[in-house]
Structures are given as C-alpha cells and as structure tokens.
Write a protein that binds this ligand. Structure first.
Ligand SMILES: [Zn+2]
Length: 421
C-alpha cells in the first residue's frame, strides 16, 4: 500500500526546496490552474483574457516543507495588494490582545523598539503607538503603507530580507520585538528573510511570527488556504529547522485559532540562553512526530481528501440549484478564490458575492468572475443560502447578517465539510 501511494505522488519536479535546496519530487496536492487570488477583475476587463498559473503544492522529502513554486514575482503580487487588515473586526481585536500581552511579557516602553514586517495598514502597530512604544512598520505595498502613515504609524516601503534588514538596523536601530503575522508563508526567499531577522534583532530581542499551521490545514481540510501568494506551509517541526539554520532558537510556541489554526512562534538568538525553552516546544514537536509529520505517507493522503471535498461541495450546490434555490456568496478572500476555481463554481452556482472591503465593490472574482457587491445586497435579494467563503470568520459573519434568518435563509460553510446551519 505504501509503495503504491508513494508512486502515485511521485512527479517530475522542476524546482528545488525553498529551504534545503533538495529537488522536489513528491506532490502534496494539485489544484489545477488558477489566477492570482487578489487580482479582482474590473468591469472594463471582463472581455479580456486572464493569466492562470499552476497551483500545485509539493512536499520536500528531506525537510517536509510543503511549498509552491514561485510562479509569480512578488512585485506583481504585492505592489497594489487589496487586502486591508482593518476590515476584519476579529483580526483587529486579536492584534490588540497580542500587543497588550507582549508589552507585559517583554516590559516594552518608550525606550523599546517594535518592528513589524508586512505591517499592512497599521492595524496592529497602532496598539503599540497608543501605549507609547516606538514602532516601525515594513510594508511592501506602497498604497497600504500610505494608509498606515496617515494613521501616524511610521512605515517604510520595502520587501524584507538581509539587505533591507541591514539598512533598517542602520537607519533606526535593531528591534526589541520583531514580529510578522501571516508573512512567513508569503516569502519566496525564505532563507534570506529569516537571515534578515537575525540581523535586525537586538542581542536580547524576541521574534514572534504567526502563520497557519500545516497540522491544522491537513486535519481540518483547509485546502483553500493554498494559493499562489502563499508559498510555504509549515509544521512546527520544519519551521524550527529553518530558524535553527539561521542561528535562531524557538523558545516558545502557542497554538491559536486564527486563520483556521495558526502557530505563534517565539524566537531568540541561539546565543541568548537567558530565555529558557518552554516545555511547549518539545511537546508540540513530539505531537507532530507522533502524528506522522516526518513520514511522507502522511502527506500523500491529503490529495484524495481534497478531491472528495470538491465532490461534496458540488453535490450541495447542484442539489440546491435543482431544487430552485438561490445561493449567494459571502466574502471574496484569497482562500475563496482557490475554492471557487478548483471546484469550478461561477455565477451558475453563486448569483453574486459580497465583501465589506469597498475596494472590491463593482469588481469580479478572479477566474470565476462572480460579481462582488456591498453586503446590503443580501438584504435586497433575500437568497435561500449564503455560502461563506472566509469560513474562519464564520461566527462573526453569521452575527453580522443574522437578518438572513428573518426570511428563512440558511448559512453554508464549505470547510472542513459542507455544513448548513
Ligand atoms: Zn527541503
């Protein structure tokens, strides 16, 4: 059985592992061809062609990093990025709690320096600024950095790596706290990025990073969090190896519920033994080993699980449409686009979708070209089903549009399995 599975997943690799350089030979999941998830289509582009790229994830048989090839240059992805973190209430609240916890734990004050990589519109750093802690945001998208500056948050427009780390350290000093949330997974040059963190961190400083946990992605069937902008998918086992290779030790880790299940890792210089390694580190590492994350077969079972999920989603949609029901989407997030394109869901299944981000109104989802409206549209058209694309915000959305129940409308969540409530 094992050899049969291994043979099924053996493919001709054309790229090398982003971390250890091994030629990639094993398929994790192939989601077909997909457009970039943030390139929403304007009405005047509807008659134009659209580029599609392979969405095929591999697993490295040496370090077990699950990864996509860099099909698209980051400059094309991030230069006018449409994601504004401040549009998700629960995410801003998550950031506020984090800032309070870090100020207390690291005793941060007016003498400290907090640097955030991929600081977005300043939704997180604003909480440090309010407490009088000096900050610097590093953000590659100029339009988003401008919004942050407008809120009084010093922000430099840069991609992060060794070169920019040296420049930032020279211009404004090293960091007591260096953080990056949902950026590590989006970095094409992983080694350059982590080496840059080593350069920018004070000798006694602390790094924290949050990213989706591969363990949860597989356990909870979150294949739609795989998209082109998301290059790497980490287990704790693998991320620990990556940091260790650059002289950084992970001394603590927390498991969070954000983005369907994330890790928050705490790193320090390996030389700084003053921060002792907590038991949580060894416990999580062992739990992953016990769950099979150091064996290829564990990774090979995922692809069929994904194909079965597609069949179940289509089964629901076909059944609803045959019964004459109307179905609309909620949200137009990156993950929604992977799901819509992989499953082939267009306006034949979803009449339209809505989003709270006004930058998306009047546009269409990439590839599938479903119209995006203001959430009020749901109240006007009274659909039978609202299909949630950002399932990680399920409770928040169900609350925001609870009025759907007034006309007997129901909510549908596609992941981990189709659930109607
Ligand atoms: Zn590798």
């Amino acid at each position: 059985m094992k050899t049969e599975q291994a043979a099924t997943n053996l493919t001709d690799g054309y790229c090398d592992c982003r971390f250890c350089g091994t030629r990639l030979r094993h398929s994790f999941v192939d989601l077909g061809m997909s457009p970039l998830c943030q390139t929403h289509i304007a009405p005047e582009q509807l008659n134009h062609m659209e580029p599609f790229y392979p969405l095929h994830a591999y697993v490295c048989h040496e370090c077990f990093l699950v990864q996509l090839d860099e099909y698209v240059a980051p400059g094309d992805i991030f230069s006018d990025y449409a994601y504004f973190s401040s549009f998700a209430d629960s995410w801003v609240e998550h950031a506020r709690r984090y800032c309070e916890a870090m100020i207390a734990r690291l005793k941060l004050g007016a003498q400290s320096k907090v640097v955030e990589i991929a600081s977005n519109d300043g939704y997180l750093l604003q909480h440090f600024v309010r407490q009088g802690v000096p900050v610097l945001g590093v953000e590659p998208a100029a339009n988003i950095a401008e919004v942050a500056r407008g809120k009084g948050i010093p922000t430099t427009v840069r991609f992060f790596g060794q070169e920019s780390a040296r420049a930032i350290a020279k211009e404004s000093g090293q960091a007591d706290l260096l953080l990056g949330n949902n950026v590590l997974a989006h970095v094409p040059k992983l080694n350059d990025f982590v080496a840059g963190m080593k350069i920018l961190l004070k000798p006694q400083g602390v790094i924290t990073m949050e990213f989706p946990h591969l363990y949860r992605l597989m356990e909870r069937n979150q294949f739609d969090t795989i998209y082109h902008e998301h290059f790497s998918y980490f287990s704790f086992y693998t991320v620990e190896k990556v940091f260790a290779a650059h002289g950084l030790t992970l001394f603590d880790v927390e498991e969070l519920e954000t983005h369907g299940g994330s890790l928050r890792i705490f790193g320090r210089h390996t030389e700084n033994a003053a921060l002792t390694v907590t038991p949580r580190v060894g416990e999580l590492r062992q739990r992953e080993i016990d769950a099979g994350f150091t064996r290829l077969e564990t990774y090979f079972s995922f692809a069929e699980q994904v194909r079965e999920t597609k069949r179940a989603i289509l089964e629901f949609l076909i059944g609803a449409k045959r019964a004459g029901k109307s179905v609309v989407g909620y949200g137009a997030p990156g993950k929604g686009n992977t799901l819509l394109n992989y499953c082939g869901i267009r306006s034949d299944f979803l009449d339209y979708t809505v989003d709270r981000n006004p930058h998306k109104y009047g546009k269409y989802t990439p590839g599938t070209r479903i119209a995006i409206y203001h959430p009020d549209r749901i109240r006007e058209t009274k659909p039978d089903y609202v299909f949630f694309l950002p399932w990680n915000l399920k409770d928040e959305i169900a609350q925001q549009i609870s009025y759907v129940r007034d006309w007997g409308g129901k909510f549908v969540v596609p992941i981990p399995r189709v659930t109607i409530f």
